[in-house]
Design a protein around this ligand. Sequence first.
Ligand code: 9UX
Length: 72
Amino acid sequence: EAKAATFSVLGMTCSACAGSVEKAVKRLPGIREAVVDVLNNKAQVLFYPTFVNEETIRETIEDVGFEATLIE
Ligand code: 9UX
């Protein structure tokens, strides 16, 4: 069963930033969907917990260069 997570993502200033976060998250195993909203500084991710978890997704967003926090 897929699980949803929402992250606060700070530091994105353009839609290309959001695109690079989406691309990086979607490259992880076990991701069903990733939507990044630059205007609201949020990333919503649907994932399969057998393959990936919230912390790995959070660290992946940080690796792209943005401060990420799990909010729900
Ligand atoms: Mo967005 Mo461009 O922050 O280098 S500004 S990708």
